[in-house]
Design a protein around this ligand. Structure first.
Ligand SMILES: O=C1O[C@H]([C@@H](O)CO)C(O)=C1O
Length: 545
């Protein structure tokens, strides 16, 4: 089956958290429309850029784009962003049952609301999933929301002196939040605006529900909980999880989960669903929604205090939950037992000419004006730095617990070239930022592949003893994984998808600040670039009038 959509991208005034501001919308909506499909279906989306003053590129998060790398929607990598007035037609196959999301991959546009809901890909008839629920499933997407514009924020983060954007004003659940309007004029902030009525999920007492949960926050790591109810985690990033029960689900930007929840509490009232910030000292009130027991009114506010969630700095319980996520025993896809290459990536915050940046092995990455994939295809070696970036750092001597001794970093456009079909291990190592006693959480997302999560640990990775502790028995496969403060995360993937793929911190502003690398493999097998991917940098020379 083919699903065909046409999306108009426009700015609109929205009051998602009661505060009126400009948001980027899809056919007038933020979050955008839900796409439902069955495994093997083709999705065609005509994205018409009706913004007056900025480009657009849409990334189909976790769609591997096997054989369609031109459709990955990554500005500067797979395509030139689409200029105002132009249309880009994305076409790809949803080849795996999963919950997907989509969002802008241009500048910090996701922050302005250009993100989409979920693409729900269901199992074809005849196949089944290893868990049961009574009713239709429900999709819930979390975001964080700023009242300033993305233009202002991008300017602050790239200017001298550097200005930090601070914590978000609101946490949204399915695009709704509640800012405290206080003395603001009701033209600006109106707490009675129906646009900011909390999201409400209606359940019938006794039934079990599947919630498909996604986070597309631009900064915040979150904990999600439903007052008085347990959550059973059954799926993560499209892989079935050996089920486990928890009071709260930690979710990092770029991740998706399915949890089961049974409406087994006192049915005479409603309950709170809440999100709260973890990993950073919160200054943002919790995100709230209503878990509505039928036949109570869906808008009836519970008289209880919303569950506060775990302490923001309880790193141990966050690592423990990460470790608890293992492949379902009936669906284990074993990783290769060894790897052909190991890349260590030390994550540090540094400066380049006074500007705050994030670096990997002391190198901060920038995207060239000409998309990498086209440059590779055309063998334009001047487009990006041909010297490979460092695959390691001074492991013995680097002090991860203190501010970097050498704060200066350099910038590069270089890429990691991986042998096609080889197995690659990446060890992400966290460290102290430029602020004393501070290390942040970074959710790392890989385009074009899923990877096995081999382990997490606290402190500095030990090249001999930690490797022996890798989980090669039942590791979960994911496409986004957290790197916890002062810790390490190890993952393994097979470089079996021809093209060039981003691997980056999914915190949108950290991406802007250089927290990305590129993995190229088998790009010579990719076909010719479609004309619609061109128009910037050197590609102008390819467009004939
Ligand atoms: O990139 C960042 O910069 C700030 C802070 O480190 C600036 O001092 C912060 O919290 C980030 O995540």
């Amino acid at each position: 089956r083919v699903h065909n959509y046409t999306w108009d991208i426009t700015y609109q005034y929205k009051s998602q958290d009661c505060y009126k501001k400009l948001a980027i919308t899809i056919n007038g909506m933020t979050p955008g429309p839900v796409i439902s499909a069955t495994e093997g279906d083709t999705i065609i989306v005509n994205v018409i850029n009706k913004l007056f003053m900025e480009n657009v590129a849409i990334h189909w998060h976790s769609i591997r784009q096997i054989g369609t790398p031109w459709m990955d929607g990554a500005d500067g990598v797979s395509q030139c962003a689409t200029i105002p007035g132009d249309t880009f037609t994305y076409q790809f196959v949803v080849d795996k049952v999963r919950t997907y999301m989509y969002h802008s991959h241009y500048g910090v546009q996701k922050k302005s609301g250009l993100y989409g809901w979920l693409i729900k890909v269901t199992v074809p008839t005849g196949k089944s999933e290893p868990f049961k629920y009574d009713d239709d499933d429900h999709s819930i997407v979390f975001t964080d929301w700023y009242h300033s514009s993305s233009y202002e924020e991008a300017t602050k983060l790239t200017s001298l002196p550097f200005v930090w954007i601070g914590e978000p004003q609101s946490l949204l659940i399915n695009g709704r939040g509640k800012y405290v309007c206080s003395n603001l004029n009701t033209n600006v902030c109106d707490s009675t605006n129906p646009e900011c009525v909390p999201y409400s999920l209606t359940v019938v007492p006794g039934k079990t529900y599947r919630l498909r949960i996604a986070s597309l926050t631009s900064l915040s790591a979150l904990s999600f909980q439903i007052e008085g109810h347990n959550l059973t985690v059954v799926e993560a990033d499209g892989q079935y999880v050996e089920p486990f029960v928890t009071k709260n689900l930690y979710i990092y930007s770029g991740e998706t989960y399915s949890v089961l929840v049974t409406a087994n509490q006192d049915s005479s009232r409603n309950y709170w669903m809440s999100t709260n910030e973890v990993g950073r000292k919160p200054e943002t009130p919790p995100g709230l929604a209503i878990f509505n027991y039928y036949p109570n009114h869906f808008n009836k506010i519970p008289h209880t205090i919303p569950p506060p969630g775990p302490a923001w700095n309880d790193n141990e319980s966050r690592i423990n939950q990460s470790l608890a996520i293992k492949a379902h025993r009936g669906f284990i896809q074993s990783p290769p037992s060894t790897s052909d290459k190991v890349i260590l990536l030390l994550n540090t915050q540094n400066t380049i000419q006074g500007r705050t940046r994030w670096s990997l092995n002391n190198v901060s990455h920038t995207l060239p004006d000409t998309p990498y994939l086209i440059a590779l295809k055309k063998n334009w070696t001047d487009v990006f730095d041909q010297t490979p970036p460092p695959e390691s750092y001074d492991f013995q001597n680097y002090d991860i617990y203190n501010v970097p001794g050498n704060k200066n970093s350099t910038s590069t456009t270089s890429i990691y070239r991986l042998e096609f079909n080889s197995t690659v291990d990446v060890i992400l190592q966290n460290a102290n930022t430029m602020n004393v006693n501070n290390s942040e959480t970074h959710p790392w997302h890989l385009h074009g592949h899923d990877f096995w999560v081999l382990g997490y640990g606290d402190g500095k990775f030990n090249l001999s003893s930690d490797v022996r502790k890798y989980n090669l028995v039942d590791p979960i496969m994911k496409s986004t994984v957290p790197l916890h403060p002062y810790g390490w995360t190890a993952l393994r993937f097979r470089a079996d998808n021809p093209g060039i793929w981003l691997f980056h911190c999914h915190i949108e502003v950290h991406f802007l600040m250089g927290m990305l690398v590129l993995f190229e493999s088998g790009s010579e097998m990719v076909g010719e670039p479609p004309r619609q991917n061109m128009g910037c940098g050197w590609t102008k020379s390819l467009i004939k009038p």
